[in-house]
Design a protein. Structure first.
Length: 147
């Protein structure tokens, strides 16, 4: 595998900067406002509950290529985690990095149930392929919601 995951903490400056990019890309969904420092406010619900984040790096170059943000604030009582945000930087998209990162996440969090709420058709296609891959194997389960 070409990816590695490392734990990030909410106050991490790297995570904050990556989230700024994510919110910029998902602006139509999040509709966050820009504060006096020129940054998007990150007031989404994930800050009000237990969260866990993973920085995704390319193993060969050691470059940060994205992150996964999860929260315990789930909509479905059967779920252990809600995957709130998955960002793969544009240069690395459609090259299998997202699927590899999810595979590593499943290795770390075996037998847990993740819920997902895709915000657009591109992410829905990605998550549909993930749910079909893992739900059949019973390694972990992914619950996909419609919006």
């Amino acid at each position: 595998m070409r990816t590695q995951l490392s734990i990030a903490y909410e106050e991490s400056e790297v995570l904050h900067k990556l989230r700024q990019f994510f919110i910029y890309e998902a602006y139509e969904v999040y509709e966050e406002t820009i504060n006096e420092d020129g940054e998007f406010r990150c007031d989404t619900f994930c800050h009000r509950s237990k969260m866990e984040a993973y920085i995704i790096k390319d193993q060969e170059s050691n470059q940060i290529i994205g992150y996964i943000l999860m929260t315990k604030n789930t909509f479905n009582e059967e779920a252990d985690w809600h995957i709130t945000e998955l960002l793969i930087l544009p240069k690395y998209r459609r090259k299998g990095y997202g699927k590899e990162a999810i595979s590593k996440l499943v290795d770390i969090r075996k037998k847990e149930v993740f819920e997902l709420l895709p915000s657009n058709s591109e992410s829905r296609c990605f998550w549909e392929s993930i749910t079909s891959q893992y739900n059949n194997k019973k390694e972990s389960e992914f619950i996909l919601f419609n919006i």
